[in-house]
Write a protein that binds this ligand. Sequence first.
Ligand code: ADP
Length: 415
Amino acid sequence: MGLLPTEPFANHYSIELMPRVTRFRGLVKPGSPFYEGRIVRIIMGLFSKSSSSVSQSDVLDALRTVIDPDIHRDVVSLGMIKDVMIDGKTVHFTFELTTPSCPIKGELERQATQAVEAVAGAGNVHVKMTARVPQGPQNSSGEILRGVKNTIAVASGKGGVGKSTVAANLAVQLARDGAKVGLLDADIYGPSIPLMFGLQNAKPAAKQVTETKVMMVPLEAEGIKIMSIGFLVDPDTAVVWRGPMASGALKQFITDVDWGELDYLIFDLPPGTGDIQLTLVQSISLTGALIVTTPQDIALADATKGIRMFEKVHVPVLGIVENMSYFICGHCGEREEIFAHGGGRTAAASFGVPFLGELPINTAIRIGSDTGHPIVATAPDSPSGKAFSEIASAMARQVSILSFAPDNQMVQIDI
Ligand code: ADP
């Protein structure tokens, strides 16, 4: 693609201004409409040439007025604008977001387009929206999860609040948005991820990576990589494992699984604040934790313990999700708040952590989990599918914000 119009233009009018059109006399006769048209175009061309020289720096200056509302810096200094090209009056550039799940992608695209359209001399503006997820906190050993950019723990204070359901649907949604995603079922004592993806009888393959090292290859479903203890041992076997054995299994999933390149690796943690949680925060530098709760007081009291634990080990809490927040009657459409409502939002406010959204209690969500097809894959446009999608975006947004935080460093543990 050409850049500035100097060359074609120069050729154009230097030929046209040749004395008396001698070279083209046969083709363009003075007085003919074609001749008049040529002359008018030459004059217009001369004028437009002087006013249409949009430069890269004009474009970048205009884009500096677009401010990322979360990071409070302009998108040029954040390195989000790439490949500015000017072709005549048409301006092309790439806008590289920090997550493909960006909830304000449309708004940023609109602002950027308008800013460049306002540059004197600019005509059409073509923006290519892309995303590259930034690297989260590095692990102390560069060998651990080497290709994984961000690690996110999905936790809950108690069981049965829908933590695995949320982890599975968020993972699939992030992948549907365009990210590379893995899901590690760290609920060693009660793995439910194989069921949620219809992988009950699946077994991971082994891969010889060096002469002495063999790694497990994660299974794949719905566009994500998955590993669970349920693929390796009978679910009844792990239930009786002592803490060190369960922790050992988790460590192996971190070190001996070939996760490859991932933008987000989601850990579905067991409920509570036990050995597995501690093993995880001691083994890797988690990017952040997501807390799932139901609206009732008891679930919230347990969730509170979870938040305190992550705070104590300096893992940022990405936010709280309230599951089973309300029920929409399939017959009359009326909304019922079976387990009360709003507790998650209140808890988030009192801890000063983001509230990421509410999910309805819905038979289709339960059926999706029980039949191996998360609802975000089967009914993405349903109210529940959209609720998951919004929460995935809100979570990815928090991860992006953290990646620009000045203290985005290794997790330190002082227990
Ligand atoms: P946890 O991981 O917290 O123990 P699960 O994700 O296994 O909880 O969910 C427990 C049960 O509740 C599962 O049968 C699941 O399908 C169901 N469930 C979870 N969230 C919802 C929801 N929003 N609506 C309907 N059923 C749900």
